[in-house]
Design a protein around this ligand. Structure first.
Ligand code: SF4
Length: 440
């Protein structure tokens, strides 16, 4: 496969989302809470000819890194669009068959490269969208395809993104009998009046039934909950947490709502049809309450936004994510970060023409790689000073003296046994802390 030609008409990536600034509060180390770290898909550039050439050259080399890796096929389909959702998703069932053909073709092309042939994967993650909308046969076929064409460890784990509206008992049984270890499910809230505002298609009670059914059939459950939703009170948020704990889900990703201007939700709030979201003081209070309650119930903070009781969630995350799909944005191969075409038709067309459907590509400099290594702090993984020096030739404090001194003085990070790590005080500010290494 080739890489895409650069389109001069490529729309500039939408970085605009509603951000409310407040004057600095007493006791706050920053005047607002960041929700995103640096180096996301929002910051990636177009694939220049030089970057494309370097990427192809890299794919022709062997992968000598023996750290954990993730394979991430992406299915952008959903039954309907939730009002807050800013992902590019597709609700047209007619595209499923041609898309899966295209997806398998691109996956196959990656699998034939020297780099991927010499890579061992510890995790298969079927992301999206709501991949559970496709048929049982299509699910089994995709899983078998991935397992046959990539070097997945014999004890690899497989996670699957699902939506409760299409989790029938038959589908749950299919997933469970095909070695899916964990379902990742966007619940957002159990509260029916808020679910209605979010255009979520089933009731909180029905969603809970599906979670129970999946657990009964041996699947681990990780759910997403959103907080600081329009009109949501602290009590309603605490009730969502309580219900998640009562259901004994294995982990909960808690995200503050990010309101994007083009979403149905933002438009309805601007016309007064739906109440506005609270300020960041309340948002912080909601987070701190969640932190306390989850910890008291045996769930510990890990990853970007997760409270978990799954042992594997506390391991160092995958060093590379090799994946593809319309709207896939987590690509990380060696020093390259990439995201694919969002438009499903463009994605299929690229695959049909033997072109890797990459729309954004960043080639990390050595300095970027050092910054990225420091960002482990924000996903609650300690940065070992000695390992950092072994990899980059300098200790972190030689590379980022002022930043580390400032964060340490503020009590947001600490050094323990040669590891630089987040403190409990720093935890709500972890995304702000990540930005400190990037001179935003
Ligand atoms: S189910 Fe998830 S991906 Fe699909 S529209 Fe809703 S929030 Fe977006």
């Amino acid at each position: 496969m080739q890489l895409p030609l650069i389109s001069k008409n490529e729309p500039s990536i939408r970085r605009v989302f509603i951000k409310v600034y407040y004057s600095k509060h007493n006791g706050w180390p920053y005047n607002h809470i960041e929700h995103w770290p640096p180096m996301t898909y929002k910051d990636r550039g177009l694939p220049t000819p030089e970057k494309i050439l370097n990427f192809i050259e890299l794919l022709n080399t062997e992968n000598n890194d023996n750290q954990s890796k993730e394979l991430q096929p992406w299915l952008p389909f959903c039954e309907g669009k939730c009002s807050f959702c800013y992902f590019t998703i597709n609700c047209e069932k007619d595209y499923v068959i041609p898309y899966i053909l295209a997806l398998k073709k691109v996956l196959n092309s990656y699998s034939k490269t020297n780099y991927v042939r010499s890579s061992i994967f510890n995790e298969l993650y079927i992301g999206g969208g709501s991949p559970s909308v496709i048929s049982n046969e299509e699910i089994v076929d995709l899983l078998e395809f991935c397992r046959a064409n990539f070097n997945l460890n014999s004890d690899h784990i497989t996670k699957f993104t699902a939506c409760t509206t299409n989790l029938s008992l038959e589908k749950i049984k299919t997933l469970s009998s095909n070695n899916i270890s964990q379902l990742d499910i966007g619940i957002q809230t159990f509260n029916d009046s808020i679910r209605k505002n979010l255009l979520i298609r089933d009731s909180g009670r029905d969603a809970k039934e599906k979670l129970r059914l999946a657990k009964k059939n041996g699947l681990q459950i990780s759910i997403d909950l959103l907080y600081n939703l329009p009109g949501q009170t602290l009590d309603q948020w605490l009730d969502d947490i309580k219900q998640a704990i009562e259901l004994e889900v294995e982990s909960v990703d808690c995200y503050p709502l990010d309101l994007y201007p083009d979403t149905t939700l933002a438009k309805k709030i601007s016309t007064g049809e739906i109440p506005p979201i609270n300020n960041q003081e309340i948002e912080l209070k909601m987070y701190l309450e969640a932190y306390k309650i989850f910890k008291n119930n045996g769930y510990h903070p890990t990853c970007h936004n997760r409270f978990s009781r799954i042992r594997e969630d506390f391991r160092k995350p995958a060093s590379e994510v090799i994946g593809t799909g319309a709207g896939f944005f987590m690509g990380h191969i060696n020093r390259f970060l990439y995201s694919d075409e969002e438009d499903i038709q463009k994605y299929i067309l690229a695959a049909e023409n033997d072109i890797f459907p990459i729309a954004r590509l960043t080639n990390l400099s050595k300095e970027d790689e050092m910054r990225k290594a420091m960002m482990l702090i924000y996903i609650r993984v300690p940065v070992n000073r000695t390992s950092f020096k072994r990899e980059f030739g300098k200790f972190p404090e030689q590379m980022f003296p002022r930043t580390l001194e400032k964060l340490s003085k503020e009590g947001l990070i600490e050094v323990q046994n040669g590891n630089i790590q987040l403190t409990e005080k720093g935890d709500p500010w972890r995304f702000n802390i990540a930005w400190e290494f990037f001179n935003k």
